[in-house]
Design a protein around this ligand. Sequence first.
Ligand SMILES: Cc1cc2nc3c(=O)[nH]c(=O)nc-3n(C[C@H](O)[C@H](O)[C@H](O)COP(=O)(O)OP(=O)(O)OC[C@H]3O[C@@H](n4cnc5c(N)ncnc54)[C@H](O)[C@@H]3O)c2cc1C
Length: 490
Amino acid sequence: MSAQKVPVLIIGGGACGLTTSILLSDMGIDHLLIERHPTTSHLPKAHYLNQRTMEIFRQHGLADSVYAVGTPMAHMGKVRWRTTLGGDGPLDARTFQELDAFGGGELAATYAKDSPCPSTNYPQIRLEPLLRQHAEARGPGRVRFHHELVDLRQDENGVTATIRDVAQGQVYEVRADYVVAADGGKTVGPMLGIQMEGPTNLGRIVTSHVSADLSQWWDDACLITWFINPHNSGVFGSGAMVPMGPTWGRHSEEWVIHFSHAPVDPDHYDETAVLPRLRSLLQLPDLELTVHKVSNWVLDAVLAARYQEGRIFLAGDAAHRHPPTTGLGLNTAVGDAHNLAWKLAAVLHGRAHATLLDTYASERRPVGMRNVDWAMFTAMNHAVCDAGMGFSPLHPPAARKANFELFFAETPMGETRRARAAAVFDTQRAEFQAHDLELGYAYAEGALLPDGSPPPRARSHGQALPACGAPWPSSAACLVTAAGSSTLNA
Ligand SMILES: Cc1cc2nc3c(=O)[nH]c(=O)nc-3n(C[C@H](O)[C@H](O)[C@H](O)COP(=O)(O)OP(=O)(O)OC[C@H]3O[C@@H](n4cnc5c(N)ncnc54)[C@H](O)[C@@H]3O)c2cc1C
């Protein structure tokens, strides 16, 4: 079997792989992308696109097409905590906290100062087809869905991949100079024996993608509503929900609702079993809803022990997987793609020595590590919010209702409880105002010429940018040229 030759082989047609394909096409690098499924993802999953991602999309002529369909800031600048969405009991439909989020409200001036690109919101189920369209237009014939990697071997001159055309059942080989493993960690990392380090199975979450008319209960300014209610255990047990568009605000046609359940829960949540549970969580017993998809998944917070194995590079979820809190998964994946693409292009165009590629890991793995830690930290901080409401694991379920009554009571003690909760919920700004995580990162080591200045200090709550001012252009660094000297790629 004679192998087809290609400079770069991308494994995986999720957001990371598709972005890498678009960027390589723009830089004139021939490549092939293979994706095992016939279509892009059926699950909405990621939705928040931070300013750094939008800057990268702007640099590659993608931002306008995302802004044209993404959520306007007027419909995404707040997050809320409520007891329930509906219901007419005294403890139902009560909003007890809200925060500005994602650059909305009082954050607007800071976010506008720090980047020309506002953040936006566009669920993965819609973003991936848009990225696929761009990838196919810029690299005609270079994007192959329904083609699956089955084996990978590398030697010092290149990598040989065995690929199955799933529809035709044919197996063929591709010989690549370099491989980008953007496979979500499903295939390449395990094949290479690269460990994912960190805790796994931290919680079991059920995510339902539904259509329903919730316009009479939803507030237009809010992107995410978290629930803590008297009927369920804490914030994860009570659930959270997000509009998925395509119309934004209260008239969103589609929604995602997440809730956790105990490992011993005997219920199996499929498309049918989830219906009564969702109606009960929302306290809308007669709500008409269509369930499109239910996914059961577990919380992990893991980082690849190595980002590089010779000519193979792990990127996106293949390199880091963590709770969705702070919305860092897809955004970090786009950052990985951006960092790796310009370096591959520089090396393959002969403008840089191959050792430049080693700086992908030294630059991006520390970012991945911080983001895994941060996502985990902000997920666990929701338990702190529960405690801020006066709940602890010591509370018997029967005491929850009484606790809520005390919380809402127009008494001095009720006021104290609400003031304490407000102070505690303020710590969750680490999730919804994580501006420093999103834009303020800098590389301590990598393709950089040190100028002697100390590195900017990260802010402990993740909000403001480091004092050095403008965000570091994470890819405008120095190139190590083929001759081994250094030039600045401003
Ligand atoms: C409920 C939820 C909410 C989230 N919210 C956010 C958010 O708001 N913001 C955010 O930034 N992130 C969020 N995330 C995380 C985000 O969804 C992921 O980080 C993102 O999908 C990673 O993209 P990826 O391309 O690296 O991997 P994936 O999306 O997993 O894509 C990998 C692709 O590789 C393919 N593949 C695997 N093996 C093979 C093979 N052998 N051959 C060919 N193809 C293969 C797979 O089929 C898949 O399509 C959320 C996640 C969840 C679960």
